[in-house]
Design a protein around this ligand. Structure first.
Ligand SMILES: N[C@@H](CCC(=O)N[C@@H](CS)C(=O)NCC(=O)O)C(=O)O
Length: 218
């Protein structure tokens, strides 16, 4: 059986877990933390998540993993068939990663580790986040999903890419992504109101204590 390696507190882990569950692909969840010997054995970067496929191939990088799932298990598609529409879904995935998740992540040391960051970092992060939010505002159709009437990888990716912007925006930047993009809050509530999302959120809550212990020990 396919194995997903990582931990349920991780938003990147949950992108892949959500895609697996949405597609109904059976998998084992092997709980391990970044840079542990177990993780290094399956992912040379040591980051979460990684996957061992049914064939035994070890793969990493969340976007690569969800694309692999789409290639390997096409029965329940999460990308449109039309190449133009497929590219538009991938465009929203890329924007979610580069202009929302990654810049907001730069503030995690301040939030989780009480590290003092220079004011310029906050300004830089806010400028990139505003650009990401503006791009999603222009690209997403919310009918009711980002790319139209069917859920796609863009919806799954953005749901978890928003985790850190939602946390650091109001508390550190005096800015709220949920207000910056009309329709985003309703879409987010709709995405949360599914069996798959509820299970993932429940697993995340259950992993919080262990994850915090990992953070304080690392
Ligand atoms: N580009 C990677 C990012 C994964 C990532 O940053 N995962 C976090 C956990 S949410 C991690 O492993 N952090 C440890 C580190 O950055 O060394 C992906 O898309 O899978």
């Amino acid at each position: 059986m396919l194995t997903l390696h990582g931990f349920p507190f991780s938003n990147y882990h949950n992108i892949v877990k959500h895609a697996l569950m949405q597609k109904g692909v059976p998998f084992d969840e092997h709980i391990c933390y970044p840079h542990s010997a177990e993780m290094m054995a399956v992912n040379p970067t040591g980051k979460v998540p990684a996957m061992t496929t049914e064939q035994g191939t070890k793969l990493s990088e969340s976007s690569v993993l969800v694309e692999y799932l789409e290639d390997k298990y096409p029965d329940i598609p999460l990308l449109p068939a039309d190449p133009e529409a497929r590219a538009q879904v991938r465009q929203m995935i890329k924007i979610s990663e580069l202009y929302l998740e990654l810049p907001a992540r730069r503030l995690l040391p301040a939030v989780l580790g009480n590290v003092e960051l220079p004011a310029a970092t906050f300004e830089e992060v806010k400028a990139v986040l505003e650009r990401g939010a503006q791009a999603i505002k222009m690209l997403a159709v919310f009918q009711p999903y980002l790319a139209g009437s069917e859920i796609s990888l863009a919806d799954i990716y953005l749901r978890y890419a928003l985790a850190i912007p939602k946390m650091v925006g109001p508390s550190r930047l005096d800015w709220d992504v949920m207000e910056a993009v009309p329709g985003l809050a309703a879409w987010d509530a709709m995405m949360a109101d599914t069996d798959v999302a509820r299970k993932i959120d429940e697993d995340q809550r259950a992993n919080t204590e262990e994850f915090m212990a990992y953070i304080s020990g690392s």
